[in-house]
Design a protein around this ligand. Sequence first.
Ligand code: 9MR
Length: 393
Amino acid sequence: MSKNRRLVTRRHALQLGLASLVGVGASVTVEAMRQNYQAQQNQALDNPRRNFTVVGQNSLKKRAAAKGLIYGAATEQVKLSSDIAFATHYVQECGILVTENQLKWIILRPTPDRFDFTPGDWLAEFARTHGMLFRGHTLVWEQVLPKWFGEVVNRQNAEKILVEHITEVVKHYSGKVHSWDVVNEAIAVSYSNRPDGLSLNPWMLFLGESYIDLAFRTAAAADPHTMLVYNDRWLDYDTPRDNAQRIAVLKLLERLKTSGTPLHALGIQAHLNASETRFNPKKLRKFLADVASLGLKILVTELDVIDKDLPKDIKVRDRIVASVYEDYLNVVLDEKAVIAVLTWGLSDRYTWLATYEPRKDRAPVRTLPLDSNLKPKLAWNAMARAFDNAPKR
Ligand code: 9MR
């Protein structure tokens, strides 16, 4: 029997208050206990007395702006160009356009010697036409590299290729970009075997940890006025993984600041999970304060809420997801160094979670502020309330 399916005796289960799981002569598994605990937590979150009312009709971008904050969402060209209803809501709600995929290497670099800026330019122009800021994601990431990358890049040419890529891309959009995710997900405590948690990606293998400094210095030289961000995940919860990730990220930020690297902000992805109950506001506040004390701004860059283990009932599910948004943002927005909240998509019509974290019952996921019919959900209310309650920057 595997470790996590260890049997729990009837008496033990009763002691733990799991009476409902214990039939005559039955035993329960650790997994069943976890689910029961989860159900209790969900019930607590799904408090019918919890009030998600919102005052007024203002959009998220207006509510955020009233507090000196920026609200926006990641998206793609195909969504904005082929879905007018979506585009209309997008423009109405978002103050900044975040490129979900179109500035990644796999799209920008069809061959080693060619840059294809067409989709990125389309998005930049869309943002400009609609009076929105524009945000670039991402210059350095170990994932979604083009096929040729592995055949072409080696220890000898890695530095040249990295510098060339960042220079060309950042110069191309110079003056148009509010902020760049210069390096994304360099730290991976759960699969790195290094004490500093750095992921053994190709840049790390070929150039060592100085690839991070190099990336920031190159970006700053190509556009001295844009905001340069280090972006990472797993920073939200009081779990062994997230606790270790926060320590490792903080150490990296300290190291970069000490050596004078032009780094301006931390991006906290915040792909939250409604089934993760280990949320510890005190620890999160401390982390945010530590980052701020380095003179850095903070952006919540990829916010959404995984709902795959929640009850199917839409009313219940939406309340729990909304609670997660509100509880998280209430803590994060108390920190004045936080300048932006960006969701990873705006409507459930288009979310990576539909394919990456689908529900077992195949019910469509309900993770973003608008539902798949573009109607605001309680998650929208939760965000609106969090902005309304936030202190002014
Ligand atoms: O949402 C993005 C999805 O459409 C892409 O297929 C995937 C791979 O490029 O990347 C997703 O976005 C990721 C982001 O770039 C970095 N942080 C995690 C995001 C979700 O996987």
